[in-house]
Design a protein around this ligand. Structure first.
Ligand code: ATP
Length: 221
């Protein structure tokens, strides 16, 4: 489903160019749950940003369901990402001045959907994730684990083909972290393709295959 072939990424600094991703080869089959671990600063988040099309300053080939994303303009990639890719972050990235329902509706605003259909999708998601009775609450009224659950719901509402998770449990205590991992596991069992970056070996074990990033080099763990 996703294939990276020889992807490299450099950051410019005073010394010149520092390689952060080196000749990355990665295959993510449809329905897979891929984990990427590795030490701090090794390039994991950078790789996920490339896969999530949040970063365009890379070289190499990126194939997604047979489409050559490396041949697309950044603007076209942005549209593609909105349709096909869901992203969750360590710090949730919810909008605090919007209600839970309004947060969920955000990704649908880019779609040409009648408002009734948008509302139905939001209601279904609120129900599915157990937030129906809290639709008019604000994210700050939720626990960290619940905020991350809402972020997962928001990432899924536009029915992306793949869910990318960058340290999804990083801001949570272990009980809540496990809850989020169990949620990702059950989503994967329902067919959702997932790529996660994590520091936790026990959480990495939810994935198969597992990769390890070291100094910008990705290899099978
Ligand atoms: N915008 C940037 N400009 C310059 N260097 C950057 C930038 N973003 C990241 N880097 C550098 O790229 C390297 C990889 O960073 P990245 O965030 O991908 O690592 P990571 O493995 O995700 O780390 P962590 O586990 O701590 O989140 C680091 O050395 C970092 O300092």
């Amino acid at each position: 489903m996703i294939r990276l072939n020889g992807v490299s990424r450099y950051y410019k600094n005073r010394a010149g160019q520092t390689p952060v991703l080196r000749d990355i080869q990665l295959d993510v089959p449809q329905g897979a749950f891929v984990s990427i671990t590795g030490p701090s600063g090794s390039g994991k988040s950078t790789l996920l940003q490339v896969i999530g099309l949040l970063d365009h300053d890379w070289q190499g080939e990126y194939w997604f369901d047979g489409q050559a994303l490396h041949g697309m303009s950044p603007k076209a990639r942005q549209g593609f990402a909105r349709d096909q890719i869901g992203f969750i972050f360590q710090q949730y990235h919810l909008l605090d001045d919007l209600t839970l329902a309004e947060n969920l509706e955000l990704p649908l605003n880019y779609r040409n959907l009648p408002s009734k259909e948008r509302r139905q999708k939001v209601d279904t998601m609120l129900e599915r994730f157990g937030f129906a009775h809290r639709r008019d609450d604000y994210p700050s009224q939720l626990s960290g684990g619940q905020q991350q659950m809402l972020a997962v719901a928001r990432a899924l509402i536009a029915e992306p083909k793949v869910l990318l998770a960058d340290e999804p449990t990083g801001a949570l205590h272990s009980e809540q972290g496990r809850m989020i991992m169990e949620l990702l596991k059950s989503l994967n069992e329902q067919g959702c393709t997932i790529v996660q970056v994590t520091h936790h070996d026990s959480f990495a074990a939810y994935g198969n295959p597992c990769y390890r990033m070291l100094d910008g080099v990705l290899s099978r763990a």
